[in-house]
Write a protein that binds this ligand. Sequence first.
Ligand code: NDP
Ligand code: MG
Length: 383
Amino acid sequence: MKKRVAILGSTGSIGTQTLEIISSNSDLFEVEVITAHNNVALFAQQIHKYQPNVAVITNTNKYDELLRLTANCDTKIYCGIQAVCDVVQMDTVNIVVTAMVGYAGLDPTISAIKAKKTIALANKETLVVAGDIITKLAIENKTHILPVDSEHSAIFQCLVGEVNNPIEKIILTASGGPFRNFTADQLQKVTKAQALNHPNWDMGSKITIDSATMMNKGFEAIEAKWLFDLKPEQIDIVVHPQSIVHSLVQFQDSSIKAQLGLPDMRMPIIYALAFPNRIKTNFERFDFMKYPNLEFHKPDTKVFRCIDLAYQAMHKGGNIPCIMNAANEIAVEEFLNEKIPFFKIPELIETAMNNLSFILKPSLDDYCQTDLETRKYVKSLIK
Ligand code: NDP
Ligand code: MG
């Protein structure tokens, strides 16, 4: 039976790659639902090309335009975030790829888990903000969360067949981003164009900036904590500029397993879609002779302060990771709007983490409130 896939954020980097994979493996997968936010032109093209059963545009202001562009299509077209939460619960959906960016992914992910859908999780912010609620719900509903993030997919792949063997620690690899060897002084002057120019990965703009500040790696540490039930002390970060070793697991007998490959997000996407099987692909194969030197370095957390902030948030827990995430979303947005310089991003996050009220055991409503308050607070610091 074909797996029927809902892709939340089909117009993005992960979303478009997921659609390509589905279309070149049409004997195995079918597109059931797609969603987008602003990019109506591409979304309309996708609806014409892939003919999903349902499409949802979350930005309600774009609904009329989308209806005009898809007038002759059979696809049912809805709008708004609540519609996404509803359609992921349809009986015809088997697996939900959460490829939308930011906090907006939280409610649809919760809704899909409650309907016992398998989650292929790209939207790491969901776990950063509310990993406690998400993992608890997944256990209660006996549903799988399969990682799409390449590091977590690597760890997940290393753990296959190790059910009774506890993890001693994991080692997350980080490319180091475009500013890998920069000093704090040099970071004072970097431009938006430089920050968007990632050396190894071609991704959406928000995660590309998160990679440049290395907040992305901090987020990934928290994501790993929840996915693999780890303590902060069990999560190490190593800078590996070639992005070939995607991450590693160390076991109690001292053995380390790693997963390797060229930096290509299609691999973790297809692994999550096809799990527990592996599908034959024509992706370029890794050649050791082209990479005689794989390097590993200690991350400089004095220069890349976001890593330390993320570990602080992970240790404190409660709503602090939610504050960190919301502050980061606003700071990155304002950096991309060229309203603040690059070095302000960690400063704003730290100020928010130190000044907003701490809640030890937040409910979903508390997270929602914290997110809103933090956004307002950080905006007030900028204006
Ligand atoms: P993109 O910016 O390329 O795409 C984001 C998608 O989310 C688009 O479809 C966009 O719609 C939609 N979207 C944006 N804002 C909202 C909103 N407020 N509500 C609903 N939908 C929205 O991002 P990426 O594909 O790069 O990343 C997606 C997620 O996957 C992120 O959480 C990222 O951290 C994670 N990830 C990405 C990797 C990558 O290689 N790109 C690797 C590992 C994880 P539209 O374009 O129509 O506005
Ligand atoms: Mg990653």
